[in-house]
Design a protein around this ligand. Structure first.
Ligand SMILES: [Zn+2]
Ligand SMILES: [Zn+2]
Ligand SMILES: [Zn+2]
Ligand SMILES: [Zn+2]
Length: 132
């Protein structure tokens, strides 16, 4: 297992800034296909580039968009079922509705944490944009 429980949860691969995706690379280690960056091989087998793009679209349809970043469902075996990682704490949540309510509560509880590295935008800038 590469993932350790003490790892920096704020930079989990399934939490992406804006609507961006991690770059999709052709595999050079175990096969010559493309792997989903959010799923383990047992959840989504490596496939052709165009098929993976369709799969990524499905990730977007299920993703939670929150405060300038997108959180995709994680298909790695940190839990037995598909789940979302909270960017503010180490909680993982299975259901999207539950996750959205957790985000609201958890953000209040951690007002200083800024997900995904931070520093790229400020809260005041976000508020100004909302007023316009
Ligand atoms: Zn491979
Ligand atoms: Zn996937
Ligand atoms: Zn996970
Ligand atoms: Zn949380």
């Amino acid at each position: 297992m590469k993932e350790s429980t003490s790892g920096p949860i704020l930079t989990h691969i399934t939490i992406q800034k804006g609507h961006s995706l991690p770059p999709l690379h052709q595999c050079t280690t175990c096969c010559s296909g493309f792997h989903c960056p959010f799923c383990s091989e047992s959840v989504f087998k490596s496939t052709r580039n165009d098929k993976l793009k369709l799969h990524m679209k499905r990730h977007f349809n299920r993703a939670v968009f929150h405060d300038g970043f997108s959180i995709h469902r994680c298909g790695f075996d940190c839990r037995p079922s598909l789940h979302y990682h909270c960017p503010y704490c180490e909680t993982t949540v299975l259901r999207r509705n539950d996750f959205e309510s957790h985000l609201i509560v958890c953000k209040e509880a951690h007002p200083e944490s800024c997900p995904v590295g931070g520093g790229m935008y400020t809260r005041t800038a976000m508020n100004q944009r909302q007023k316009e």
